[in-house]
Design a protein around this ligand. Sequence first.
Ligand code: ZN
Ligand code: ZN
Length: 333
Amino acid sequence: MKVSAFAVYREREVLKDYSFEIGALGSHEVLVKVTHCGLCHSDLHMIDDDWGVSEYPLVPGHEIVGFVEKVGKEVNGFKVGDRVGVGWQCGSCLKCKECLSGFEQLCTQMVETIVGRHGGFADHIVVDSRFVYKIPDEIDSAWGAPLLCAGLTVYQPLFFYGAGKGVRVAVVGLGGLGHLAVQFAKALGCEVAVISTSLDKGRDAIKFGASKFSTNVSDKKLLRKFDIVLDTTQVNLDWGLYIELLAPLGRLVIAGIPVGEVAVPIGPLVNGQKSVCGASLGGRTTMKEMLVFAAKNNIKPQVELMPIDKINEAVRKLREGRARYRIVLDLQA
Ligand SMILES: [Zn+2]
Ligand SMILES: [Zn+2]
């Protein structure tokens, strides 16, 4: 069967029509008719080949929601008509220590939805059903899409690093990831502050659940106040300033993927027994838990729905920092 998609033919170019053939389904695969697909910063990194792994023509899109249209012979737990989602990861070895302990995202054989294969800005996608997730009924397809990458990316480190009642969290950046991080942290019982360079986002930060908003990372009132500082930006920041926000034993978690290296002053790190760590997606169990948690706690990405034929306008908007807060492409429009 022929799939109609939007692809980038060369790095940094605009997306154009593209079609390709798909063959018979593998035994664990499902064919999904895509209805919605979110636009994530990682799509931009892939379009631009920032990570040196892009293959063209490249069909971006890895926050995918749609309906199962066909199932392979050994598919378990899915039937035609199920409403499902697919995120950044769509495969792993399922046998290594990481896979067996619920950290499939750390598997060395991880398969990524838009690396060496085609993603969700297409009318259909074929994907391993073991990395496909049912979307709870409470979650709308349009705003469910961003949960599959942005939602997981912030929920996992918050949960894993102990965000809970009374834990003080500073979310750095209020964009696609940040606005979800605030909602998850608040729902987990944390006291949440937002640090952003956009003065006009203060009201939204409070609306999403923050109790403080600041545009000044050097504000004396913020020093040593946080147990977790969660960076959600795509910018290589002056990390030393963010280390200063941490209370002793605090943790700076980098969940955005800025390009470059992280330089931190060793003194405050050692003296306060602070740590700096990365966060990457989440395993399959975490994904399922995140979706249930989001449904139960009414965590809702704020989306701007655009028809798929406006994909290039959407990309431009995201590049210019004008997305509020996640653009989702409607493939039924
Ligand atoms: Zn993403
Ligand atoms: Zn593995």
